[in-house]
Design a protein around this ligand. Structure first.
Ligand code: UD1
Length: 344
């Protein structure tokens, strides 16, 4: 059993990763400032696993809090989620994004260095591929970023690359997520974006729940099978388990591991809507709207490197993702506003 500091552990992917850690017999310590999540996630984690993770309420840039947490809880490794993540918002308040995402990462690296902790799993994003020249997307494709959020992820990767190349003893995984969807199958934790969702999954769920009138499908004239955007939706529990595989993988092997976490299957916006209709039993009204600026036509992973290096492969289906999102949506609608603020 290892003690794992999970920064941003109350957020959407972080909370699911805490479940996966506890399922694997580890001991997660959550560091979170609840900027986009709620302390009630801790209650939900306890209900799911029977174990309540320790909580350190602090900002990721708070060096003193990090120093104390690493030492007091005898941390062996860190999974770093704490970051701002909305592409649109990042273009409005870029300095905040650099401060939290880059300042936070640097503070964490310094604190880990001084505590002599050298195992780190970093949340990156398929956003670092920009508009890929072809699909499926492999890890050796060129990297670029068209917005401040993407630039913070790309810079984060570069910082860690330089660190691994110059300082011996670091064990680092950079995980490039495709499009997370779904919720824990209990329906007790899930994604709860503030306000009107900008990602397609939560938006469709709210239309099915009749909290929003219809889905705007952003473009049906892309060069894709049905003309709508194609993405690689991955169940958040598969993604969470990818972190455990990454942790296991880097444990014995120092250096840098960079892998895609995706399913390898492209799914169009219309396919997603129809799959969600099938799982929810609700009709989901939609209309075709203009393309969203800066959207790419299609992106899905070649996930074979993660399988080769880490022995990890996504196992849950699109139907599972829609069913679990729907269960979470129903629970959170019924529980009202307070529960809707659970995880960001
Ligand atoms: C977005 C982020 C990306 C992040 C990812 C996962 C942008 C430009 N990129 O990517 O950085 O890593 O989420 O959280 O925001 N769509 C609709 N109607 C909607 C919403 C979306 O048709 O109301 C379509 C989009 O045009 C796209 C697909 O659904 O084709 C997926 O969109 P979205 O869920 O926002 O994810 P990404 O654009 O892949």
């Amino acid at each position: 059993m290892a003690n794992i500091l999970v920064t941003g552990g109350a957020g959407y992917i972080g909370a699911h990763t805490c479940v996966a850690l506890m399922n694997a017999g580890h001991n997660p310590v959550i560091l979170d400032n609840f900027h986009n999540s709620s302390p009630q996630v801790l209650d939900r984690l306890e209900r799911i696993t029977g174990q309540r993770p320790v909580l350190v309420q602090a900002d990721i840039r708070d060096r003193l809090a990090l120093d104390c947490a690493l030492e007091a809880h005898r941390i062996d490794a860190v999974i770093h989620f704490a970051a701002l993540k909305a592409v649109g918002e990042s273009a409005e308040i870029p300095v905040d994004y650099y401060s939290v995402n880059i300042g936070g990462l640097l503070t964490l690296i310094e604190a880990m260095t001084s505590a002599n902790i050298r195992k780190l799993v970093f949340s990156s994003s398929a956003n670092v591929y920009g508009e890929p020249a072809s699909v499926p997307v492999r890890e050796d494709f060129p990297l670029s970023a068209g917005n401040p959020y993407g630039r913070t992820k790309l810079m984060g990767e570069m910082i860690l690359g330089d660190l691994a190349a110059t300082q011996t003893g670091w064990h680092i995984a950079r995980l490039r997520y495709f499009n997370p969807l779904g919720a824990h199958e209990s329906g007790l934790i899930g994604e709860a974006p503030n306000g009107i969702p900008s990602n397609i999954g939560p938006y469709v769920a709210k239309v099915a729940a009749r909290e929003l009138p219809e889905v705007s499908v952003f473009g049906d004239d892309y060069d894709t099978p049905d003309g709508t955007g194609v993405r690689d939706f991955i169940h958040v529990m598969d993604l969470a388990e990818g972190h455990i595989a990454a942790l296991d993988g880097i444990w014995a092997a120092p250096g840098l591991t960079t892998v895609n976490l995706g399913t390898g299957k492209g799914c169009s916006v219309l396919e997603l809507i129809h799959a969600f209709e099938a799982q929810s039993g609700r009709r989901i009204p939609y209309r075709i709207a203009p393309r969203r600026p800066a959207d790419i036509a299609q992106s899905y992973a070649d996930p074979s490197l993660a399988e080769k290096l880490l022995g990890w492969k996504a196992s849950r289906s699109l139907a599972d993702m829609c069913r679990d999102t729907w269960r979470w949506q129903m629970n959170s609608s019924a529980a009202g506003e307070e529960d809707r603020a659970l995880t960001g």
